[in-house]
Design a protein around this ligand. Structure first.
Ligand code: FEC
Length: 316
C-alpha cells in the first residue's frame, strides 16, 4: 500500500538573517508601521549584545528537519515533507503554503513552534496559513492550536530543571525558586477569555509536579512598549519581590513559552534577568532550551500524529 503524502507546515516567528533585515523585520512585527530610529537602534543594540544575529533561524530549520525525519521514522502510514513558514521574514507562511500547492500536496498538518495558544499569537499563524490555502483551493490543512500538554514536552523541562536543582546543595533548596516565564501579551486578551494565561499556568504546574520541586513562581517577560497595559507581573519586578520578600538566593529561569534560544532568552533572560538577579546578590540559572532535544522533537511528533487522525476525517 502506498503511503499518504502529508505536508508538514512548520510555522515560526522568524528573525533577521543580517543587520539590514532588522528594519523590515521590525516593521512587519509592527504590522507595517516603521519603528522610530530610537527603537531600531535599541533593537540593533540588543542583537549586537547576543553576537550580531540570533541563532533562531538556524535552530528553527534544525527543528523542522529533525521533526520531519522523526515523523518519517516513527510510522509507515504517511510520508511527511516539511515546509517552513515564518511570520515576519522570508520564507513567509503564505509562500510555504504556495510551495505545498506547487508540489501537489493535498493534505497538510500545520504546527506553530510555540506551545501555548492565544488568539493574538498562534491564531494569527493559523489564519495566514488557512487563508492562503483557501485562496489556492487545493490543500486541506489541519492546524494544531497548542501542544503544551504533550507528556514529553513536560518531561523535557522537568528533566532540565531537575538537573540544575540537583547541582544546588540540598540545604539551599529552601532558598531556591523556579521562575516560569512566557511572552507577555496585551492585557486586553483577558476580556475575550483567551486561554493563553491558563495554558502557561498549567504547563508550569505540570513541570513542578513532574520535577518534584518546592518553590516556584510565574511571571511574564519581554512585554512590548506600546503604551497599553500588558500581562503582569513582569519578570523583572517579580525578581525584585521574590528576593525582597522571600529572600531566595538561587533563581532558576524556565522560559516555557519559547522553544529555542533566541533574542528573548539570550538577551531578556540571560542578560537582563541575570544582571538583576546578580545585582541583588543571588545566583542565576537557565536550563537548556528544547532546541532539537530528542524528547522535545518526540513531543512535537506525537502532537502531529494525533492531528493526523483528523486528516482521515477530512479526507473521507
Ligand atoms: O530574533 C530573535 O531571536 C527573536 C525572535 C522573537 C521571538 C518572539 C516571540 C514572541 N513574540 C510575541 C509577541 C510579541 C508582541 C510584540 C513583539 C515584539 C517583538 C520585537 C522583536 C521580537 N518580538 Fe515577539 N518575539 C521575537 C522578537 N512580540 C524583535 C520588537 C521589538 C521588541 O519589542 O523587542 C509587540 C509588537 C508591537 O510592538 O506591536 C505582541 C509572542 C511570542 C511567543 C510566541 C511565538 O513565538 O509566536 C507572543 C521568538
Amino acid at each position: 500500500m502506498s503511503k499518504q503524502q502529508i505536508g508538514l507546515l512548520i510555522m515560526a516567528y522568524g528573525t533577521p538573517y543580517k543587520k539590514e533585515d532588522i528594519v523590515p523585520y521590525y516593521t512587519a512585527i509592527r504590522h507595517g508601521r516603521r519603528p522610530s530610529d530610537e527603537q531600531i537602534d535599541d533593537l540593533t543594540r540588543r542583537y549586537e549584545a547576543i553576537g550580531g544575529v540570533s541563532p533562531l533561524a538556524r535552530l528553527t530549520q534544525e527543528q523542522a528537519d529533525a521533526l520531519a525525519e522523526r515523523l518519517n521514522a516513527l510510522q509507515t502510514e504517511y510520508t511527511f515533507r516539511s515546509y517552513l513558514g515564518l511570520k515576519y521574514i522570508q520564507p513567509f507562511i503564505e509562500g510555504a503554503v504556495a510551495a505545498m500547492e506547487k508540489d501537489g500536496v493535498k493534505q497538510a498538518v500545520s504546527l506553530a513552534l510555540a506551545p501555548h495558544y492565544s488568539r493574538f499569537s498562534v491564531q494569527s499563524y493559523i489564519d495566514r496559513a488557512q487563508s492562503k490555502a483557501a485562496e489556492l483551493g487545493g490543500i486541506s490543512i489541519v492546524s494544531l492550536k497548542s501542544w503544551f500538554t504533550e507528556k514529553k514536552f513536560i518531561e523535557f523541562w522537568a528533566n532540565s530543571v531537575r538537573a540544575i536543582y540537583d547541582q544546588i546543595p540540598q540545604n539551599e533548596h529552601d532558598q531556591t525558586v523556579v521562575l516560569f516565564t512566557a511572552h507577555s501579551l496585551p492585557e486586553r486578551i483577558l476580556k475575550d477569555g483567551d486561554p493563553y494565561p491558563e495554558q502557561v499556568k498549567q504547563t508550569a504546574l505540570a513541570i513542578v509536579d513532574a520535577a518534584r520541586i518546592g518553590n516556584y513562581a510565574q511571571a511574564w517577560q519581554s512585554a512590548g512598549k506600546t503604551g497599553e497595559p500588558w500581562l503582569g507581573p513582569d519578570v523583572l519586578e517579580e525578581i525584585k519581590s521574590l528576593r525582597r520578600d522571600k529572600k531566595y538566593t538561587h533563581f532558576i529561569f524556565c522560559p516555557i513559552g519559547f522553544v529555542s534560544e533566541h533574542l528573548e532568552v539570550l538577551y531578556d533572560n540571560d542578560q537582563r534577568c541575570r544582571q538583576l538577579v546578580e545585582s541583588l546578590g543571588a545566583a542565576y540559572y537557565r536550563p537548556q532550551m528544547p532546541d532539537t532535544d530528542p524528547l522535545f522533537i518526540d513531543a512535537l511528533a506525537s502532537a502531529v500524529l494525533n492531528a493526523c487522525q483528523d486528516l482521515h476525517v477530512s479526507a473521507q
